[in-house]
Design a protein around this ligand. Structure first.
Ligand SMILES: [Fe+2]
Ligand SMILES: [Fe+2]
Length: 411
């Protein structure tokens, strides 16, 4: 999964980057912090990164986890087995899955993720806040990719007997996500750090979603990942002066992996028309669109320094990604949000303001009880905005009769 391309927390202005070409230079602020616990991260020594078996435990540091951080998912694997049993589900188009499997076996990006000395050189040039911003970007992105790896790997394992073709596709997608996570973790080694993925697997809390919701959420996260990567890639290609770390040069092929993953979920949903063809499906589709778009918007608005550092206006970038993702999603979901209605963006911006106030409450010296009391009206206001956004008249979309819908590259 691209899961999402979760980026970084703001620190302050960059030290070595010129002023963004466009964009509001507002200092980053917002964050939802209902629960905070820590993830162990270990630093590697310079020497260790070049050794065959890098030593990982030198210094430990921690990153805070919030509602907006990338999550790990688990599901009802027994129900998944039933859904993909060809004896039970006659809607399964095995020919389509065989064709998709061939596509995944081709492994277009087998030799794509090869690093060069530019990485270390670029990292060494980064100092202070900029360096910290990139470390957090790599951490969060690595966690998001690794989350996809774990889920797909388990699905590949559990569906092996029931539907070997679908199972193999999941395994090959987990290969892709492992590659993405590994590449990002290598990036961390440029900064003399490494995420302890083994520890993360055990220590992280898993969010349970029923299969139906896994399909909606994962489809969206793959497609939104595609649009984020390709938009950043195209922007930096047009504005190379903002290319401050070479990882972005890999996004063009990388995003095609995410696109293929999304197309596979599209095929999976077509094989489960009960998830697409009734009023409940419409309500859930809109709910997941809202969750994914709002999470990204709030997340990114607390990391404007990162986007400004690569010459993007955070809100413009996000709205572009949301609109494109929504248009893609409308090809399969039975209903989507009307994100092109100006009211949608107005409400998103209002949520950012409320979120900023929530952060400000968290940063006061008040005792916990006082902070919580101050948070109540803000959380109520946020919930009210979410509901109002959800209730904006939706766009009817998708098609139950989608046999002609072919897997294809979007751009
Ligand atoms: Fe993916
Ligand atoms: Fe990925």
């Amino acid at each position: 999964m691209a899961a999402e391309m979760a980026l970084v927390k703001p620190i302050s202005k960059f030290s070595s980057i010129t002023k963004p070409k466009f964009g509001d230079a507002r200092a980053p602020t917002c964050s939802l912090r209902p629960r905070v616990f820590t993830i162990k991260m270990s630093a590697t020594s310079e020497q260790a990164t070049t050794a065959k078996k890098p030593r990982k435990k030198v210094n430990k540091t921690a990153i805070k986890e919030t509602l907006l951080t990338p999550r790990f998912y688990t599901t009802d694997f027994d129900e998944m087995e039933t859904l993909f049993n060809t004896e039970i589900n006659k809607n399964l188009n095995q020919d389509e899955f065989v064709a998709l499997l061939q596509e995944f076996k081709t492994d277009y990006n087998q030799t794509h993720f090869v690093r060069n000395k530019e990485f270390k050189e670029a990292a060494d040039k980064m100092e202070g806040p900029l360096r910290q911003i990139f470390v957090e970007f790599l951490e969060r992105s690595c966690t998001a990719e690794f989350s996809g790896f774990l889920l797909y790997k388990e699905l590949g394992r559990r569906l092996k007997k029931t539907n070997p073709v679908v199972a193999e596709i999941f395994s090959l997608m987990s290969r892709d996500e492992a590659r993405h996570a590994g590449f990002l973790n290598k990036g961390l080694s440029d900064f003399n750090l490494a995420l302890d993925l083994g520890f993360l697997t055990k220590a992280r809390k898993y969010t349970f979603f029923k299969p139906k919701f896994i399909f909606y959420a994962t489809y969206l996260s793959e497609k939104i990942g595609y649009w984020r990567y390709i938009t950043i890639y195209r922007h930096l290609k047009a504005n190379p002066e903002y290319q401050c770390y070479p990882i972005f040069k890999y996004f063009e092929n990388w995003c095609q992996d995410e696109n293929r993953h999304g197309d596979f979920f599209s095929a999976l949903m077509k094989a489960q028309p009960q998830f697409l063809n009734d009023w409940k499906a419409k309500l859930w589709s809109r709910f997941f669109c809202l969750s994914v778009y709002v999470t990204m918007y709030l997340n990114d608005c607390q990391r404007t320094a990162f986007y400004e550092g690569i010459g993007l206006n955070t809100k413009e970038f996000d709205m572009h990604v949301i609109i494109e993702t929504n248009r893609t999603t409308a090809r399969i979901f039975p209903a989507v949000l009307d994100v092109e209605n100006p009211e949608f963006k107005r409400r998103l911006d209002r949520m950012v303001e409320i979120n900023e106030k929530l952060v400000a409450v968290g940063e006061t010296q008040d005792i916990g009880l006082v902070k919580n009391l101050k948070r109540i009206p803000l959380i109520a206001a946020l919930a009210s905005e979410l509901l109002a956004t959800y209730l904006i008249p939706p766009v009817e979309s998708g098609s139950v009769d989608i046999a002609e819908f072919e897997t294809q590259l979007v751009y």
